[in-house]
Design a protein around this ligand. Structure first.
Ligand code: SF4
Length: 112
């Protein structure tokens, strides 16, 4: 697991992380890394995340607190895109049902 011990928050889940003890360079890009090299490194990191027992906790944490590196099987750009989509969905006004589509209950009255 990349060493993030400089963060002073409760992260008990990290003790069960598949990346614990893994070289941090797999999860964080060096300056200037691009293209195929970057894609390969990210792929390697995501393979480690894939079966991680704390992927859900890691991802939830990263979506609110981490702007760099692979966390919870997502890259920084994937997390940013996810956050944008979530915000847009939350800001979108709720769909209204057009009046013509509303279907009032029909109550059958028995005929004699
Ligand atoms: S999901 Fe990935 S980055 Fe997160 S703890 Fe597991 S292996 Fe590490």
């Amino acid at each position: 697991m990349p060493d993030h011990s400089h963060h002073h928050i409760d992260r008990n889940w990290q003790r069960r992380a598949s990346c614990r003890g893994t070289d941090t360079e797999v999860f964080f890009s060096p300056d200037g890394e691009r293209g195929r090299v970057r894609a390969q490194r990210e792929h390697t990191a995501k393979l480690i995340c894939q079966d991680c027992p704390v992927l859900t906790e890691c991802r939830a944490h990263a979506l609110t607190a981490e702007s760099h590196g692979i966390w919870g099987g997502m890259s920084e750009s994937e997390r940013a895109r996810h956050t944008r989509r979530t915000r847009h969905a939350a800001a979108r006004p709720r769909e209204r049902v057009p009046a013509s589509n509303s279907s009032p209950l029909r109550i059958r009255t028995p005929t004699a």
